[in-house]
Design a binder for this molecule. Structure first.
Ligand code: MN
Length: 236
């Protein structure tokens, strides 16, 4: 997974190519920076819409990925236009706008775009089992893999209303936290390692009010534990 979800588009660079050496000289002096734009990108799914069945239906995926997530990406880009965040990464924008009333719309949409890109990357068909260093670290923090899953499930169930359940690194320590609405561990200096979306739109078509069944199925069948492990390694 990419570190963030921003593409920097160097429109000015392209234009300058027409001017050959003059353009090159300008680039070398750093003028290209003035052409930087920030855009939040809709991350492609690395599996098919129906690949997560029977635990998540393609109907849910089409709405969740294609409408909710895509909607946050579109709105984030609308709100970012001319907002002074040019050249910033999504992570940086989240930190800069968190808790600031005047930036609520930007924070909500950029954070939701980040959260969803991360959530969909955390999933794959036949997610596998928790192993290697991840297993050791989970056992060290929670006692056993089973206890970790139970505590994650308990946290997901106790999140009132819309939000997210996370496994995060707080420094070197693994912790389970929940966030409300668009809030994200990035805003609190924590490193996301794994997440499950517990907004109703994530499970209602398939599970109605049975959030626990949804989260349990994600943990046992869809969580991509190799990807989760990679989040530990890249943190070092
Ligand atoms: Mn969602």
């Amino acid at each position: 997974m990419k570190k963030h979800y921003i593409k920097r588009r160097h429109h000015l660079h392209k234009g300058l190519c027409l001017f050959g050496l003059m353009g090159l000289a300008l680039l070398l002096t750093g003028c290209g920076k003035t052409g930087e734009k920030t855009s939040i990108v809709l991350e492609p799914l690395h599996y098919k819409m129906d690949a997560l069945k029977p635990y998540i239906s393609d109907q849910t995926m089409r709405v969740h990925y294609g409408k909710h997530y895509a909607g946050y990406v579109d709105k984030a880009n609308q709100f970012l236009k001319g907002g002074g965040f040019e050249g910033k990464t999504a992570d940086e924008i989240i930190v800069l706008t968190a808790g600031k009333k005047e930036y609520t719309a930007i924070f909500n949409n950029v954070a939701q775009a980040w959260n969803h890109a991360f959530f969909f990357t955390c999933l794959k068909p036949d997610g596998g089992t928790v192993g290697g260093e991840l297993a050791d670290r989970i056992i060290k923090s929670f006692g056993s893999i089973e206890t970790f899953k139970q505590e994650f499930l308990k946290a997901a169930n106790s999140r009132f209303g819309s939000g997210w359940t996370w496994l995060v690194l707080d420094g070197e320590e693994l912790k389970i936290v929940t966030t409300a609405n668009a809030d994200t561990p990035i805003a609190h200096g924590l490193r996301p390692v794994f997440t499950v979306d517990v907004w109703e739109h994530a499970y209602y078509l398939d599970y109605q009010n049975r959030r626990a069944d949804f989260v349990e199925n994600v943990l046992n069948h869809l969580a991509d534990w190799d990807f989760v492990s990679s989040r530990l390694t890249s943190a070092k």
